[in-house]
Design a protein around this ligand. Structure first.
Ligand SMILES: [Zn+2]
Length: 358
């Protein structure tokens, strides 16, 4: 039987383990130990992603990630009525410890009941938060699943990501020429002026229902009285539309051409690279059908929503795995106000149990 107290304890135990991105060893050890106790054979790939398998036919993948964003060290979980939150000095840790607790309680309660279930493969990545780094490095030759549920979105378990965008990151490194700002400014080339020209040529904000564009950081200059020699601009855009994607790439290219023509002596290096690719789930896909049926079996209606963010599912789709991203009862992700809703956490375990009994 699903044990609410055990689920809460597991969640709080996991949240107390520091695992900011890049520092996942203690969490990897804990998850390995817990999954081995459940009878899984747990392996780490060369990058340190965990893959827990068991004998049987083609498994169904349950997935989450080991890391948290900052400030995620020293989380002190506080049970506050129906919610679990931090003491306000750190994130709550629900992203992604809620996902991992859901997976563990599901497998533990099914094992305890000796109920029949389909074979499972648990895949837990490292460094999801900085841009799906672990998933990109995942050794897919070790993965047997073709279908997956990824517990990694805000809200109740029936909130499902219908579509997630392609994400493009861009970096511009601008080198002009330093000169004394008061004595000989005409001999300088201001990297900040170039950065500013470049930025004004680019779009900003929400461009349409499926597209956002943002310059995130601008750094440059050295001292007040020097024509700045260097500047650096970073930004990103996200879209679910392939034509928009091509148009925005062209916009960036044209902006770069313009400023290079205007400042022929400056050196402008650019790096425009996709971090993850879009996917859209198909309601006729067997994996989606299975998930919808499991939700309906516990009295929930699927709530398909677009997502502006990515998750490991974006990478799984690139590798031919139908991956559905479900809510994990977590709210205000990546903030000090993050909290998990206990009844929704229990509901997510009910859903996952139902799914595996299919
Ligand atoms: Zn996450």
């Amino acid at each position: 039987m699903i044990d609410k107290t055990r689920l809460i304890d597991t969640f709080c135990d996991l949240v107390r383990i520091d695992s900011e991105s890049g520092n996942e060893d203690a969490m990897a050890k804990e998850m390995t130990m817990r999954l081995e106790k459940l009878g899984f054979e747990v392996q780490a790939d060369a990058y340190g992603n965990l893959i827990a398998g068991e004998a049987g036919g083609e498994p169904f993948m349950l997935s989450g990630h080991l890391d948290t964003v900052v400030p995620g060290n020293g989380i002190n979980p506080i049970i506050d009525g129906d919610r679990i939150r931090s003491d306000g000095t750190t994130i709550g840790g629900g992203d992604n410890k809620a996902g991992l607790a859901i997976i563990l309680e599901t497998l533990t309660s099914i094992k305890e009941d000796a109920s029949h279930r389909i074979p499972v493969e648990v895949v837990i990545s490292r460094e999801e938060e900085p841009g799906l780094i672990g998933a990109h490095a995942l050794d897919f030759s070790m993965i047997r699943s073709k279908q997956a549920v990824v517990f990694d979105r805000e809200g109740p378990v029936n909130r499902i990501t219908l579509s997630s965008p392609t994400y493009i990151a861009f970096d511009f490194d601008i080198t002009g020429r330093a000169a004394h700002a008061g004595i000989e400014p005409e001999n300088g080339i201001s990297a900040i002026q170039i950065a500013s020209d470049l930025i004004t040529l680019l779009p900003q904000g929400r461009l349409d229902d499926e597209t956002t564009f943002s310059v995130g950081t601008v750094q440059g200059g050295s001292t007040r009285n020097t024509v700045p020699e260097s500047a650096k601009v970073t930004g990103e855009f996200r879209t679910m539309n392939m034509e928009t994607l091509d148009n925005l790439l062209l916009d960036i290219e044209n902006a770069l051409i313009d400023v290079r023509v205007k400042y022929p002596e400056a050196d402008i290096k650019d790096d425009v690279s996709p971090k993850f690719k879009t996917f859209r789930i198909n309601e006729q896909d067997p994996c989606t059908i299975m998930i919808v049926e499991a939700l309906e079996a516990i009295g929930l209606t699927p709530d398909f929503q677009l997502s502006g963010g990515g998750s490991d599912a974006n990478v799984f789709w690139e590798h031919g795995i139908s991956a559905v991203v479900c809510g994990m009862a977590d709210y205000n992700m990546h903030t000090l106000r993050e909290y998990v809703v206990i009844p929704e956490l229990v509901q997510a375990v009910e859903f996952c149990s139902e799914l595996l009994r299919a």
